[in-house]
Design a protein around this ligand. Sequence first.
Ligand code: NIG
Ligand code: FE
Length: 405
Amino acid sequence: MWDTLWVDANLATMREGGAPYGAIQRGAVAAKDGRIAWAGYAADLPGHAVDLAREVRRCDNAWITPGLVDCHTHLVFGGDRAREFEMRLEGKSYEEIARAGGGIISTVAATRAASREDLAASAAKRLAGLTRDGVTTVEIKSGYGLDLENEIKMLEAAGELAARGGVRVKRTFLGLHALPPEFKDDRAAYVQLTADVMIPAIAAAGLADAVDAFCENIGFTAEEVDYVFSSAVANGLAVKLHAEQLSNQNGAALAARYKALSADHLEYLDDAGIHAMAQAGTVAVLLPGAFYFLRETQLPPIQKLRAAGVSMAVASDCNPGTSPMTSPLAALNMACTLFRLTPEEALAGMTREGARALGMLDDAGTLDVGNACDLAVWDVKSPAELCYWLGAPLLRERVLAGRVA
Ligand code: NIG
Ligand code: FE
């Protein structure tokens, strides 16, 4: 006997290789002990629905997808950057503002001043935006504390969101996000602190699953990232990288050398970086919200990534500076309109490929038996509608570990 059975539904299983979207029309999904126990054509069910499960949920021909996986966010932070938005509208660039001590550093000040409870409370509001769009797994980065105490505070706030239930959270330590003001005359000391003190402490406390860095002319050099990545690996953490967002720093190739889960942004990625990512199986995480918000004109090399067989994920990059966007569905729309992804690629980017970018493909991202039963049930007539509407309330029901959340 299954716990719950969803019927009168169409499934976008997002399995690779078969029909577009891995579609199964007139399908059914069953949950047992929080996992997908059955998924297929309703006609193949081994009996009458009411005899098979304790609860039968009828879906009026809705589409069911895997719960969305938003694999790159900076959901936890203090304050906002609306003033910086105004400055950029007056003609200042993101880099100019950062070099003048604004940008990420202004969020660092606000984050240091906030309590863990404040951070969790403000992040919970943004998280509500994500879950309203069907997200069941979210990655959350630190990187606005930039010292051990405040980085831990951020990661604990992210942990608190997970502990409240309603969403799965993967946490990433982003020590090399910006140079904190107290180290402005000693970069090497901050890189060392990150690699030799913060990573071992955070890993030992089980506060993060991965380590990220911002490899950029206003961030950190490939050499500095290399040093921090070796510590990550030595401490048993996965790595990923903000790479080639504003300029080409050969960050993606470095990430690939470390078998990184993902390299993210990638507007300035070159052929050597693409090749290295393809060889390493590093996922390209596309962040159209940041592209849009910064009014970037250089597109990530989508066609070349496709041709090289690099997996492409799509994420919101929700953050106060470059992507103050709490709608993953809006990111799907932007991935299609701005980056020319097909709706199927975009939706795969926020399900299967998002899960791949978090190293959890064997548990999430597709409607495969054995995966966690995390579902999004949508009032749409085709999966492409999820990428087509902008701001429409499409979610009918969200399911986490087999329970309607
Ligand atoms: O993903 N590029 C670095 N990190 C963020 C921006 C952070 C910020 O501006 O606060 C990003 O774009
Ligand atoms: Fe980011």
